[in-house]
Design a protein. Structure first.
Length: 256
């Protein structure tokens, strides 16, 4: 009836209680540790960035996007810690910083900054207790951030892009540090995802190829127009296709 002696069965049962599921315990532990790293946003004044943000933020990032990205990173860290409180403040911070960034940003990044400000305003208007909606809205912000960085290589070099296949909606996000903290999944799957290899260089090559293709198309159209003009000019010079008259004698009669 019993495949093992009773003493061994008792030992196996004891071991089951001695070694609980590590995934569950690690989730609780990670949740506690992650939340301890995020400072609460004070009721008045500027929101304080999480300790993690201060450690991860590149010290040499003084580009047009620095303030926007500081607020963006705070929103990301809060969501990674399963905290909706304070997200509206950092989202508003992105929108406010985008106004001054427009004047300093490369022309190619301008339209993406406008999209980022719009997405940030939408995030700020999302209910803080609806984590699912907050994360979907943050995805829209992240999409605009990635597009902006693609258009600004000098700024992009300060950041890492990550992607989570399990996330709903837009699956990528940006961080100043190389340690992955998933804002879409939170503590239950904080390390889910991977860094995207060379996300900005690929876009730059695509843009370069597009520009090259457009230049070639314009060149062909220009050459075609020149060829048509030459044919028209040649036709006018010959009397628009009329045959030149034969030689005439002094009496007005044509020579035979």
């Amino acid at each position: 009836m019993y495949p093992f002696p009773k003493p061994l069965q008792a030992l196996a049962i004891s071991a089951t209680f001695l070694f609980p599921a590590c995934g569950k315990d690690e989730t609780k532990k990670e949740t506690k540790e992650t939340k301890s790293e995020v400072e609460k946003v004070p009721e008045s004044g500027e929101p304080s960035p999480p300790t993690k943000v201060i450690k991860g933020q590149p010290s040499d990032d003084k580009t047009f996007a620095a303030e926007m990205m500081r607020s963006y990173e705070l929103c990301r860290a809060l969501l990674a810690a399963d905290t909706g409180e304070g997200v509206a403040d950092c989202a508003n911070g992105i929108a406010v910083a985008s106004k001054s960034a427009q004047a300093e940003a490369p022309e190619a990044a301008g339209e993406h900054i406008a999209s980022l400000a719009k997405a940030a305003e939408a995030l700020a208007g999302t209910k803080p207790d609806d984590m699912g909606a907050l994360r979907l809205s943050f995805g829209g912000v992240s999409e605009a951030v990635v597009a902006m960085l693609r258009a600004a290589p000098d700024t992009a070099r300060h950041y890492h892009v990550f992607e989570c296949p399990m996330a709903k909606g837009y699956k990528r996000w940006v961080q100043p540090g190389a340690t992955l903290d998933n804002p879409y999944m939170g503590a239950k799957m904080l390390r889910c995802g991977s860094e995207v290899d060379d996300p900005f260089a690929g876009a730059a090559k695509e843009a370069e190829a597009k520009d090259s293709g457009e230049a070639k198309a314009k060149g062909k159209a220009k050459d075609k127009a020149k060829g048509a003009k030459k044919r028209i000019d040649a036709g006018v010079g010959k009397g628009a296709g009329m045959k030149p008259p034969r030689n005439l004698r002094s009496d007005g009669q044509s020579e035979q």
